[in-house]
Write a protein that binds this ligand. Sequence first.
Ligand code: FEO
Length: 186
Amino acid sequence: MHLKPESEKLNTLPGAIMLKKSMLKALNEQINAEIYSSYLYLSMSAYCQSKDLVGAASWFRVQAQEELFHASKFFDYIQDRDGLVTLTEIAGPPTTWKSALAAFEQALEHEQLVTARINKLVDLALKESDHTTNTFVQWFVNEQIEEEASVRQVIGQLRLVGDGSGMYLVDRELGTRTFTMPAPAA
Ligand code: FEO
């Protein structure tokens, strides 16, 4: 009698290991969305640098790094579930804004879109009874609270100081942000 290798046998169990097609597609699309986020923030960093706002430029560089980390979490998760990562074309981001404040305002709008995308991933995981993916995506559900809050805080500070000399102090504070590897899921 021919026995299948252990891994092959496991992959034929219903609901075990393999991701369903629709879930795999949505997770791959999220890799693209996270890399686009990184691209967008890198562009905002370049814009701020061109306006001599080196602190804001540095803040966006850190944010761009975080987004690549998010993308790599999805990348690893797909592979851990024995899925195929398929990378697709990344759209070009805008390159200029009316002001640093306008860039941060767009960043907040963008994060709100990302939050909506993450919620859709949860909806899909629940619909497909994919409890593993649901648990995985919960890390991002929590992360999005901080993602939106940190941008909202900067917008509040920039609106307070307007175009005056206080901008120098806000920019200096933005420059103190450093990239720290987010804590793994509990
Ligand atoms: Fe990856 Fe800023 O969300």
